[in-house]
Design a protein around this ligand. Structure first.
Ligand SMILES: [Zn+2]
Length: 224
């Protein structure tokens, strides 16, 4: 009898722990339009301090300004560093799409980890961006891949080397695409964020084309 009672109690305890764990997983951020969209920006270990210091002002802020103007929604940027296995992820690859599948899995783990540590409630709208020093393959001078992202989705990798790569890859995660990019002439030629190949004599516009603005707005509005 005593043994049976003990077994029953163990079962009840196990069940209640299981239920609690399930309840914790449900504890996600409500996707309220007033909640900022969170972007976790993870510096790869190979990005030198001098570049890290410039990242927000030179690379991320232009995207944030555009995003707020287009969607009317706020962005909250959370920087992270020195956190293996994310910050030492082997991103250089001759099979970039295979590598990116690995990053997608890892970025999901990252989000889960920060949720479990009670640091952030996870939201389905979070973005996880790895900033690298180098290109995935090739180089800015010889050509190559400066970044990858899900279209649309949550994961992205962008090299610091190309001025618009960060805005470009974040743009993809919010459904912007190459086909709607433009070259704008305003005394000189510049390429909008989503222009797929940069030409050395043109400058960067650090804005989205009107067609991509429409795509981003429609996509973000559909999330709520
Ligand atoms: Zn692209």
């Amino acid at each position: 009898m005593h043994t049976l009672l003990k077994a029953l109690l163990t079962l009840v305890t196990t069940l209640s722990i299981h239920i609690c764990a399930h309840a914790a997983n449900e504890n996600t951020l409500k996707d309220d339009p007033f909640n900022p969209i969170r972007i976790f920006v993870i510096f790869h270990d190979d990005v030198p301090e001098s570049k890290r210091n410039l990242t927000y002002v030179d690379r991320i802020r232009p995207f944030v300004i555009e995003f707020k103007r287009i969607t009317g929604r706020d962005i909250s940027v959370v920087f992270d560093r020195n956190r293996p296995p994310y910050t030492n992820f082997n991103y250089k690859s001759d099979t970039p799409h295979k590598m990116f599948e690995e990053w997608k899995k890892l970025s999901w783990e990252y989000k889960k980890e920060r949720h479990k540590n009670n640091e952030f409630l996870s939201s389905r709208n979070d973005r996880i961006l790895l900033i690298t020093n180098d290109y995935i393959n090739g180089s800015p001078l010889m050509g190559g891949i400066g970044g990858l992202a899900t279209l649309p989705g949550h994961s992205a990798i962008a090299s610091f080397e190309q001025g618009q790569a960060i805005g470009h890859e974040l743009g993809h995660t919010f459904n912007a695409r190459h086909d709607d990019s433009e070259i704008i002439y305003n005394g000189w030629w510049c390429e909008t964020f989503m222009f797929p190949e940069s030409f050395v004599l043109r400058s960067n516009c650090y804005v989205f084309s009107q067609a991509n603005e429409k795509r981003i707005k429609a996509y973000v509005d559909s999330l709520y």
